[in-house]
Unconditional design. Structure first.
Length: 150
């Protein structure tokens, strides 16, 4: 096994600094092509829980960033990260930017309705993240594609 279990358990440490460090280290490891698909999916599932449930925004951001790293050398299915969708409306703009990128990175057209409402977000970089995420989807003839081509 290439995935250190101590880092997974570190996401539950009592100290936010330790949880943040564990998330950052997992993000580095998720760039390793030597991880199996199962190991990567296990790490992403644990990071997703941290991104949704942790009380510290720095930990949440590190967890989301680590999930982004997982997409650098492997494909991950939407069902692994779809748990972000019900939480998007509660996220701060920096967290939302990461979350939208993650959903777009799945390249699954089913993520379209999760992402599309954020094209109207009041923060510029969140709107840009939504447009980029929609562009990543394997979607043809959607309003996002049609609007850009008009």
């Amino acid at each position: 096994m290439n995935l250190p279990l101590t880092l997974l358990t570190g996401l539950n440490a009592p100290n936010a600094l330790d949880r943040d460090a564990a998330a950052e280290q997992l993000g580095d490891i998720l760039r390793w092509p030597s991880l199996t698909q199962h190991e990567a999916e296990t790490a992403v599932a644990r990071l997703l829980t941290a991104a949704i449930e942790d009380s510290d925004d720095a930990v949440r951001e590190s967890a989301l960033n680590a999930i982004c790293n997982a997409f650098e050398c492997r494909d991950l299915a939407l069902h692994l990260v779809a748990g972000l969708a019900p939480c998007l409306h509660t996220m701060t703009a920096p967290l939302l930017e990461h979350a939208l990128g993650i959903l777009g990175s799945t390249r699954n057209p089913d993520a379209y309705p999760m992402i599309e409402p954020y094209r109207q977000h009041p923060v510029d970089y969140v709107r840009e993240a939504a447009v980029m995420a929609l562009a990543d989807l394997s979607v043809q003839n959607t309003p996002a594609v049609t609007d850009r081509n008009s």
